[in-house]
Design a protein around this ligand. Structure first.
Ligand SMILES: Cc1cc2nc3c(=O)[nH]c(=O)nc-3n(C[C@H](O)[C@H](O)[C@H](O)COP(=O)(O)OP(=O)(O)OC[C@H]3O[C@@H](n4cnc5c(N)ncnc54)[C@H](O)[C@@H]3O)c2cc1C
Length: 395
């Protein structure tokens, strides 16, 4: 059986890993010219961690994790106004950079990844899918998977335009990393965040004098700016704190992650033998902080349903959606409720957030913050009675 996966992100790589070991012949196409670095820090726990354990990559994640268990809110002078400690809240979860998780997955995948390539057109047949790639080649496969993120091309070609499925949450986000010894020392191993009405900036230190920065801005217009560097400078340049230096040391625009904050909601995730996974069909947004975990869970559940389905692929795709839909809706609801806490729109809300954070420091209270997520997706990932073995006998 042949599968073509569009998108070498968290979901696509996880699915490739599982299908390879189940004997599928897998090919991945990725629009970017090379493996994509960059992104932000992930709270990685829940079903994604269960999948990571089964794949054997948890030790590698432990080696690259950042032990961040404190969030400090600061003002324009860098003075702390409130904060919360998270020690133990993630259970066996951890904080890891998105790129370290993606790299750990990438290094375990054996299937070819064809970079600078996407999907030009799709023709669905009863027993196969005919695909024309942007490099001019054609593929005839048993399964086509759209793992190409919130702005999925496979979704557009199969289900229609983005605006039917994407719910814009009124925010735009950016993230990048830089190197600076002084900033690294000043921020330390804490998540430090500055919030003014409608704007949020967070910074946290990384290995080797690195600093990761995350920006979040309220913006009613979903259109992305043409010049993201000018946009960042215009909105954040006057905020004080470490911003002037952080902006002057930014990488080139091509290395800055910049996107709308979106959720993707769809009633069906497959048509015939074309299926979507990850953000393409279930984006929960950074407010839920669960996107990567859920992307890995979705890939796992899809592989689980395909196992044993033989040629009855469409039925397996329908069952995969039925298993995922409930947890995804629950986490999306949580994400929308968190909006005003993560990036308050008014001064009053910022004051309320600071008061709430002080309460969260009472013994055990901080667990309440992740309580809705602690149960969501529980039971999605069944334990394997034996290690996953591929056809070549390798675990
Ligand atoms: C470099 C990078 C940085 C990120 N940083 C953040 C961040 O700071 N904050 C945040 O909330 N989320 C961020 N995300 C999104 C986050 O990683 C996802 O929400 C989550 O991991 C779900 O994974 P996914 O595999 O569905 O999507 P993604 O991890 O987004 O992967 C999708 C992959 O598909 C590829 N792709 C897209 N379109 C096409 C196409 N037409 N043809 C072929 N390939 C295509 C992309 O290049 C990407 O490699 C980032 C994603 C990337 C790729």
């Amino acid at each position: 059986m042949r599968a073509l996966i569009c998108g070498a992100g968290i979901a696509g790589l996880t699915l490739a890993w599982h299908l390879e070991r189940d004997g599928w012949d897998v090919k991945i196409v990725e629009r970017a010219p090379r493996f994509r670095h960059g992104g932000y820090m992930i709270d990685f726990y829940g079903p994604g961690m269960e999948v990571a354990k089964q794949m054997g990559i948890r030790p590698r994640l432990l080696a690259t994790q950042y032990p961040i268990d404190e969030v400090d809110y600061v003002n324009g002078e860098g003075r702390r106004t409130s904060g919360v400690t998270f020690t133990g809240v993630l259970g066996d979860g951890l904080n890891v950079m998105r790129e370290d998780l993606a790299q750990a997955l990438h290094d375990e995948v054996r299937s070819p990844i064809v970079y600078s390539t996407s999907i030009e057109s799709i023709r669905r047949h009863a027993d196969s899918v005919a695909v024309r790639l942007t490099d001019g080649t054609r593929e005839e496969v048993d399964l086509l998977v759209g793992a190409d993120g919130a702005h999925s091309r496979v979704r557009e070609l199969t289900f229609g335009p983005e605006e039917h499925f994407v719910r814009y949450l009124g925010r735009q986000t950016a993230a990048y990393t830089l190197k600076d010894e002084e900033l690294h020392r000043e921020i330390g191993m804490r998540f430090r965040s500055l919030t003014v009405p409608g704007l949020m900036v967070a910074a946290y230190s990384q290995r080797d004098d690195g600093l990761a920065v995350l920006f979040l801005r309220q913006e009613p217009d979903p259109r992305l700016p043409d010049d993201i560097v000018a946009e960042l400078t215009r909105h954040y340049g006057h905020l004080g704190w470490i911003l002037p230096k952080v902006l002057s040391l930014r990488p080139p625009a091509s290395e800055i992650y910049y996107d709308q904050v979106n959720q993707v909601e769809m009633d069906e995730w497959s048509k015939g033998r074309v299926v979507l996974i990850g953000d393409a069909c279930q984006a929960v947004s950074l407010f839920a902080g669960y996107g990567a975990s859920l992307a890995m869970a979705g890939a796992w559940v899809l592989a689980d349903e395909l196992r044993g389905a033989g040629r009855h692929v469409p039925g397996a795709l329908t069952r995969y959606h039925a298993r995922m839909a409930g947890p995804v809706a629950e986490i999306q609801r949580f994400g929308r409720q968190s909006l005003e806490w993560v990036a308050p729109g008014t001064r009053g809300r910022i004051v309320a957030r600071d008061m709430f954070m002080r309460l969260m420091n009472l013994p055990g209270a901080n667990r309440l913050m992740v309580a809705p997520l602690a149960t969501a997706g529980k039971g999605l990932i069944k334990p394997h009675s034996a290690p996953l073995i591929d056809q070549t006998g390798r675990a």
